[in-house]
Ligand binder design. Structure first.
Ligand SMILES: Cc1ncc(COP(=O)(O)O)c(C=O)c1O
Length: 422
């Protein structure tokens, strides 16, 4: 309400108008919608048995059960932190920089790592460079701090290093380089496109962060939320593994996508410089995330249940992705209607509509889609500046809907698109 002094903080105003709120409201107003918008995971493959047996084993020994039902430490369960380091060593190989146990921080989902990093690094007016497009919730966090996300051109191989360098040079030329605090990359099967940063660019992004760390460190926030949802091809080494000294890259990981978002266990592997600031902030926030959940995930890993579950999930999502692409080919495959990527993993298909059809939240198409009974994420939300964002993209998620519902959703979407073109 313009002019009214609510007494709420400036940060509360900066937090307003998030796309997620708008999309949830639409889903609630129209419960019959097939939501291809929600980033939820597959329902049928949620690991009920693995979670049950792990939870029971946490509760088996009364002394250990009581420990798990008690508060833990701010940094989180040391056994799980050790297992995370071992798993990362397995993925990245021995050449990756080592990390001590105290560099691993357990959180309630990796979103909390992103929040804590933003809180630790950003003053009002500061800048984070990120892909255009990128994970819109992260941009909301940046805004929440009064800071600014600046989009860097990005293609099917991820952020373009020459565009990143040009932007860093531009800040340097204006004498504002010290405003740029971090480069944010979703390095595997990103949100919204399921695009991964290529190996060559991982090295270049890391090198640029180091080269432009002039007065102080320019960090790289590597968000690896979708790393383990790979259906085809071999895993890439993390961006962190190119940071030989382990000083510049923060690795944010999560069990939400690869196990269960309801358990909400995430983690950050931090350069030593960030350990104390993040622990202090987390001390004020919640002085430790749910201990029981951490013990449960640790048991899942100890009992060898994690790897096989991830493999099952990859099979499930490969089938679901195929169902979505098949439906898109059938409904929008006619040349001139749409273009979309066929990624090797992740949860999303990023669709570009051709012929000038507007996908924005106020467009005829968005209204048509709701009338037809389908919801998508307007691509504009994934760009840093809503007013100049391209309005030809949409993010479709194949995570939560069944294969028949995916086909149904795409059919409804195609009807909405055809009506919008008329
Ligand atoms: C790119 C990305 N990063 C981080 C997250 C946060 O996940 P969580 O907090 O559940 O670990 C998400 C969730 O959708 C995501 O898409």
């Amino acid at each position: 309400m313009a002019g009214k002094n609510t007494g709420f903080s400036q940060r509360s105003a900066w937090a307003a108008d998030q796309p997620i709120g708008f999309l949830m409201q639409k889903a609630l107003e129209h419960p019959q919608l097939v939501s291809l918008a929600a980033g939820f995971v597959d329902q049928a493959s949620l690991p009920v048995e693995a979670a049950r047996s792990a939870a029971l084993s946490v509760l088996e020994d009364p002394a250990l059960a009581r420990a798990a039902l008690q508060y833990g430490t701010t940094a989180g369960d040391p056994v799980l932190r050790t297992q995370i380091l071992e798993r990362l060593r397995g993925l990245d190989g021995p050449a990756a920089p080592g990390a001590k146990l105290d560099q691993v921080l357990l959180t309630a989902g990796s979103n909390q790592v992103l929040w804590l990093l933003a809180d630790a690094l950003l003053n009002p007016g500061d800048v984070v460079l990120c892909d255009a497009p990128t994970y819109f919730v992260f941009m909301g966090i940046v805004r929440n701090m009064g800071a600014r996300a600046v989009g860097i051109a990005s293609d099917v191989h991820g952020m373009r290093p020459e565009a990143l360098e040009a932007e860093l040079e531009a800040f340097a030329a204006r004498g504002e380089l010290d405003r740029v605090k971090a480069i944010y990359v979703v390095s595997y099967f990103d949100n919204p496109r399921s695009v991964s940063l290529s190996a060559a660019r991982r090295a270049q992004v890391c090198e640029l962060a180091k080269r432009y760390s002039r007065q102080r460190t320019l960090y790289v926030i590597e968000d690896a939320a979708y790393r383990e949802l790979r259906f085809r091809g071999a895993d890439e080494k993390s961006v962190r593994s190119y940071d030989r000294e382990g000083t510049h890259v923060i690795y944010a990981g999560t069990f939400s996508k690869s196990f269960s978002p309801g358990v909400r266990v995430g983690y950050g592997v931090l350069p030593e410089s960030l350990v104390t600031p993040l622990l202090e902030l987390k001390g004020n926030l919640d002085f430790g995330s749910p201990h029981f959940n951490q013990r449960m995930i640790s048991k899942v890993m100890e009992r060898g249940l994690y790897g096989p579950h991830v493999q099952t999930l990859c099979d499930v999502y490969e089938r679901k992705q195929r169902a979505m692409l098949h439906a898109l080919d059938a409904e929008l495959g006619t040349p001139g209607l749409a273009r979309y990527l066929r990624p090797d993993g992740g949860l999303y298909v990023w669709v570009e509509l051709l012929g000038g059809v507007d996908t924005g939240s106020r467009s005829k198409l968005f209204a048509n889609a709701i009338e037809e009974g389908v919801l998508y994420v307007p691509g504009e939300y994934c760009f840093t500046d809503l007013t100049s964002a391209p309005r030809s993209f949409m993010r479709l998620s194949f995570g939560v809907q069944s294969e028949p519902r995916i086909a149904e959703g795409v059919q409804r979407l195609a009807c909405a698109i055809k009506r919008a073109r008329d």
